[in-house]
Design a protein around this ligand. Structure first.
Ligand code: KG4
Ligand code: ZN
Length: 336
């Protein structure tokens, strides 16, 4: 079964074709990063306009790269939530139009379901149950994947998401957008013990908080500027990255100490090498299996949406022409 996936929740216009949930036939991602870069973050209005311009071209390319015609697809899966509302609506409208004209099924996909499905493409033998950390620009969710379409959130960021903290700190350090790769690059030249940073606690043990850590970095920069002192950007980036990765990996391993389930990491921040090394090290000590999504599938893409769409389709999930987009929505809230 071939599913066309459509993803427009943020600043990537993406269309892909995936066969039976795991085999990627094409995966087109048109990134708008270079355009948003100059504003230091994603400008929603620009994102929506670019999605409108690129979605048709991305779809044509996805079909031709997969070597199939529009009529050969069995269903269209689309991210309907969460994300930038204007951006999501472009993808949802496009998918609805395709399904209406082709008389094919429309399958709504929650963006986090999509990130989780990137693991099924990365590891063809991986099956639920497992516990996953979805760490992206908007989320730092710990989720129990009970089955392909059954989820339970057991921890989250109470303030800034991990990727958001990377982006904000990078901006303060003058490293540009997106902040994660920029900080990782700078940190590779720095000493992770160069600056002592706080380890903010949360009420719930599996939640995580990055806002205090981010503020600590901002205060270091402001206070150095006021005193006319230099900061060591490499050391500060390395210390910040180290602390974020410690917080994420320790919570992830902690969450499965009782269940012994395998752990997995996906989303943009999963591309971080320090996070991978730290998680693998502490998981190995506990004898826990670890799966990190393939690097090229960590960022937003439509192959992961088509993969999640396949499992939703098998579970009878369908969207009507009245399908709406939602800026915020929990992964458990799917009720199609
Ligand atoms: O999953 P994603 O592409 O989009 C969202 O759904 O948000 O994640 C983007 C986020 C950005 O905040 C970016 O700074 C972060 O992922 N990111 C990283 C790395 N690469 C991307 N964070 C840390 N280390 C990286 N290597
Ligand atoms: Zn994402």
């Amino acid at each position: 079964m071939k599913i066309l996936g459509v993803e427009t929740s943020c600043d990537e216009t993406a269309v892909a074709v995936v066969e039976n949930g795991r085999k990627v036939l094409s995966n087109i991602v048109v990134s708008q990063i270079s355009e948003h870069n100059k504003y230091g973050g994603v400008v929603p209005e620009i994102a929506s306009r670019r999605h409108t311009e690129w979605i048709g071209i991305a779809a044509k390319n996805a079909l031709s790269e997969a070597g199939i015609k529009l009529e050969d697809i069995d269903a269209v899966a689309v991210t309907y939530a969460p994300g930038l509302i204007g951006a999501l609506l472009i993808g949802v409208g496009f998918a609805k139009g395709l399904c209406y004209s082709l008389k094919k099924s429309l399958v709504p996909v929650h963006h986090l379901e999509g990130h989780i499905a990137s693991l099924y493409i990365s590891y063809p033998d991986l099956t639920p149950p497992f516990t996953v950390l979805v760490a992206s620009g908007g989320h730092s969710h710990l989720i129990e994947v009970k089955d392909y379409t059954k989820f339970k959130t057991i921890g989250r960021a109470v303030d800034d998401a991990a990727g958001e903290a990377f982006d904000k700190v990078a901006r303060k350090l003058g490293l540009g957008y997106p902040g994660g790769p920029a900080i990782a690059r700078m940190a590779s030249y720095g000493n992770p013990k160069g600056y002592e940073l706080p380890n903010p606690k949360t009420k719930e043990p599996l939640d995580v908080s990055f806002s205090g850590l981010k503020t600590a970095v901002i205060n270091i920069v402001n206070s150095a500027q006021m005193k006319g002192q230099q900061i060591n950007v490499e050391d500060l980036a390395a210390s910040f990255q180290d602390r974020v990765c410690d917080m994420l990996s320790s919570r992830l391993v902690e969450s499965v100490k009782k269940s012994g389930l395998p752990i997995a990491v996906c989303g943009g921040v999963a591309a971080n090498k320090v996070l991978k090394t730290k998680t693998e090290m502490i998981a190995a000590k506990e004898g826990i299996e670890v799966y990190f999504a393939d690097r090229e599938l960590c960022g937003d893409n439509a192959a992961m949406i088509a993969s999640a769409g396949y499992y939703n389709y098998l579970n009878g999930v369908r969207g009507g022409l009245d399908l709406n987009a939602y800026a915020t929505r929990e992964i458990e809230e799917d009720s199609f």
